[in-house]
Design a binder for this molecule. Structure first.
Ligand code: Z2T
Length: 811
């Protein structure tokens, strides 16, 4: 056991040596850093196992209600550091390794990120698991064990190149294969009706199937001995055909099933806020949902005999519509396998499922062609038809004669299955992820549903885990905070408010900014190593790190940098505070405009960074392969947090909260959770600009925005736009950025030009504010001090109390 109070350094060293010998037939001094990482990970896992077993015994014994967090994505990042932190042995292990001449940071760097997610939605799921375990709530995460996670990004000649992420290459020390819980998942074929004791039974025949095998990863709670489980499913081939037979059909089917098993879990679809509509994606969805729901029902039945009370012990949280087929799959199991009547089954299902909406972006709305859906899932489709038939009757009863309502609300319409409508009909709760977002859902996107069933709608503003994004990511600030106010903040982030008494204390201000400076030095070193660029840690670190998407407006940011550069060239003596503009972003592999924006950022970076005439007053850095592990370095080092989405488009944002926690000032629009951040920190302590959500939605409704009006009236905008097409940043191909130019001038869907002046003016305010060192320090400290609300612990408490009605386990 390597608990804080009992940590035995010599014992740990022995274990480590023994692990290296057992795993690699080597002594510690011969082992590679990767091998040492593995050995350390196994020691830590050894420390987890007993608690893991005890936790699950307690759940069973206390018969507590369990939440299954169903998600196509879990963006976990690295496990080792996080596990040591939550086991309270981080410092002890670090010191012990030091005694052996080993550097903990280098060992942690050996672990590949578990990048089973795209961005916010997947990382939110990971933060929620951390909070659930820390709060002691019974929970499973259910997902897919992708062989390849989010691609690794290489930048070649300024362009993004996607490289497969073979994260399991050296094995995953923390996972445990649970072969004993494997289940079969069936695809395709047809439905036959058979009579069983005078009752119709629907039987799927002529199908292909795969064996779903779960792998469990431990989710360690902070200092409470609780270990929950992330269960991710792998597909294996079922080989039940007769090898002796020369039946051609049997043989072909076996080969097809091998292929199906191999392809299902192969790769994560790298789209954030976009639906690609690929058949394989629907297979992935049904695969992990069928497996998870089958297991949840089987587990319930081990200790309960009345399936009609399933919802009293189980709740399924659907992370967006991706897992929504769970509604129909649970119905299938209850009706076809458990023999419930439809109405009974529907009541159980509707009391079990709850749905979280994460976006209003139209292109992200999941709609599957009926042709595809019914071919792949014939029995599940029949059930969706029946759900739809009854739902339409409900609508008719509520709004007699109103055809328009049916058109707008039906689950099946226009040859498609509308997954959000299925999720809403089949759930007891529908929630948005920030106050503004939920209001937009109620007033606009889901207005008809809200009108018909207002009791289902609620808000749960997102949060982040301070254990990873402060305690692990920013150890200097974490221990400073603990020195000031004690360490309660680690499990109760509201305590950060006690820092407020120090914001006017000059010594504290200096300490705070000194820590920020050291973190900037750490990031500068990373940038030097990875980009070969020298950046000045005394410059303002102005950061925008998030997926690349037009609505997030990285383009507006780089256009502003181009403008600043023009100003500097025109007025060489211009007095500005040196700025380092830091970007990090992956673009979906097929998203042309996003990829071109990455190229533009890199082209601008090359030109500006190499122009000695501006004396290094501005630098531009594009951080390759932005991911959870390097994000921790960036948040800790940031002065300015760019949260500049077109108002109404960013459902919440969570990076905004990570920056705030680490003392960065927000430069943002009144969008998503920025609204609540400003509310917490005070509007004088943030740099807010741009159109409001209301204004944006008015323009969209009236279609009365013409970007050419801005172009014609704004000299600065005209100049930077012209530089997109005159070769200023691409002499070898002046037309290179034409597509960006055209998109801005023809439509400017995301109001980049309309917000440009206001954005520019907000940047001026930043420049002015940074000159007053004391005031800046005070404001930075206030960010951390005001970040208490944005803990995922708070979010999870709200889910647990207001929706799931969970009780905590006692160990
Ligand atoms: C995603 O990361 C988000 C929404 C999606 O809608 C899909 C993905 Cl992959 C289908 C993000 C939102 O864009 C972001 O505003 C929010 O903070 C995050 O989910 C978590 O709720």
């Amino acid at each position: 056991m390597i608990k804080k109070d009992t940590f035995d350094k010599e014992k740990f060293k022995k274990e480590l040596e023994s692990n290296v010998r057992m795993l690699f037939r080597r002594n510690l001094d011969e082992a590679t850093t990767q091998q040492i990482y593995q050995a350390v990970a196994y020691s830590v896992k050894d420390d987890i196992i007993d608690n893991w077993i005890e936790t699950h015994k307690a759940y069973e014994k206390q018969d507590k209600k369990m939440v299954y967090y169903m998600s196509m994505e879990f963006l976990m990042g690295r496990a080792l550091g996080n596990n040591m932190i939550n086991l309270l042995c981080y410092d002890e292990v670090r010191e012990t390794l030091e005694e052996l001449g080993l550097d903990m940071n280098l060992i942690e760097d050996q672990e590949p990120d578990a990048a089973l997610g795209n961005g916010g939605l997947g990382r939110l799921a990971a933060c929620f698991l951390d909070s659930l375990a820390t709060l002691g709530y019974p929970a499973y995460g259910c997902g897919i064990r992708y062989r390849y996670g989010m691609f690794k990004q290489k930048i070649e000649n300024g362009y993004q190149v996607e490289v497969p992420d073979n994260w399991l290459k050296y094995g995953n020390p923390f996972e445990i294969k649970r072969d004993e819980y494997a289940v079969e998942v069936k695809f395709g074929g047809y439905v036959d009706v058979e009579m069983h004791n005078g009752r119709q039974k629907f039987v799927q025949k002529g199908y292909q199937s795969v064996r779903a095998v779960p792998y469990d990863m431990p989710i360690v709670g902070y200092g409470n001995h609780i270990v929950n489980t992330l269960r991710i499913w792998d597909a294996e081939a079922i080989n039940n055909f007769n090898l002796d037979s020369f039946d051609k059909g049997e043989y072909e089917k076996a080969v097809e099933q091998e292929n199906l098993a191999r392809t299902i879990c192969e790769v994560l679809y790298p789209n954030d806020n976009h639906m690609a509509g690929k058949e394989l994606r629907l297979k992935q969805q049904y695969f992990f949902i069928s497996a998870s729901v089958q297991r949840a029902v089987a587990k319930y039945k081990q200790t309960h005999d009345d399936i009609r009370k399933f919802h009293e012990k189980v709740t399924f949280q659907l992370n967006d519509t991706h897992p929504t087929v769970a509604v129909a799959e649970l119905m299938r199991i209850l009706v076809d396998e458990e023999g419930l009547e439809w109405d009974e089954a529907w009541e159980v299902t509707r009391k079990t499922c709850a749905y979280t909406n994460h976006t209003i972006m139209a292109e992200a709305l999941e709609k599957w062609p009926i042709e595809l859906f019914s071919r792949l899932l014939p029995r599940v489709y029949q059930i969706v038809e029946e759900i739809n038939r009854r739902f339409v009757i409900e609508i008719q009863n509520k709004y007699p004669g109103d055809q328009e309502k049916i058109r707008k609300m039906a689950i099946l319409y226009d040859g498609q299955v509308r997954m959000a409508h299925l999720a809403i009909a089949g759930s007891y709760s529908v929630n948005g992820v920030a106050r503004l977002h939920t209001e937009i859902l109620k007033k606009r996107e889901l207005r008809d549903f809200y009108e018909m069933m207002p009791e289902k709608f609620n808000n749960k503003t997102n949060g982040i885990t301070q254990r990873r994004f402060l305690l692990h990511g920013n150890p200097l600030l974490a221990s400073w905070v603990t020195d000031k106010i004690g360490d309660d903040w680690i499990t109760n982030l509201d305590h950060l408010k006690h820092l407020k008494v120090y914001v006017d204390d000059e010594k504290c201000q200096q300490e705070f900014m000194n820590i920020k400076y050291q973190n900037k030095v750490r990031l500068a070193k990373y940038i030097k190593e990875h980009n070969g660029i020298d950046v000045d840690p005394r410059s303002i670190f102005d950061c925008q790190v998030k997926r690349l998407h037009e609505y997030k407006r990285q383009l507006m940011n780089i256009l502003h940098v181009m403008y600043l550069y023009n100003e500097l060239k025109a007025h060489p003596d211009m007095d500005i505070v040196p700025r380092t503009f830091i970007f990090g972003a992956k673009a979906a592999a097929g998203y042309y405009t996003a990829k071109l924006t990455i190229k533009l950022i890199n082209a601008v970076a090359d030109k500006i960074n190499n122009d000695s005439s501006i004396n290094g007053k501005i630098k531009v850095v594009f951080i390759e392969d932005y991911r959870v592990s390097n994000a921790e370095l960036i948040f800790a080092a940031a002065d300015v947090s760019e949260q500049i989405s077109t108002a109404s488009k960013e459902a919440s944002g969570t990076g905004n909260m990570k920056f705030m926690l680490n003392g960065a000032l927000t430069l943002g629009t009144m969008d998503g959770a920025n609204v609540e951040i400003v509310e917490e920190v005070g509007k004088d302590n943030a740099f807010i600009f741009g159109l409001s959500a209301e204004q944006v939605m008015e323009y969209e409704k009236n279609k009365n925005y013409n970007p050419r009006d801005v172009y014609n009236n704004n000299q600065d905008v005209r100049q930077v736009l012209t530089q997109l097409v005159n070769g200023f940043y691409s002499p070898e191909n002046p037309e290179l950025f034409r597509a960006l130019y055209d998109a801005l001038l023809e439509k400017d869907t995301y109001f980049t030009l309309l917000d440009f002046d206001s954005y520019k003016e907000a940047h001026n305010r930043i420049d002015a504010a940074y000159r007053d060192e004391q005031h800046w320090a005070r404001t930075a400290m206030l960010q951390t001090a005001s970040a208490g609300k944005f803990s995922s612990d708070r979010t999870i408490e709200e889910y647990a109390k207001e929706m799931w009605h969970l009780e905590k386990v006692t160990l």
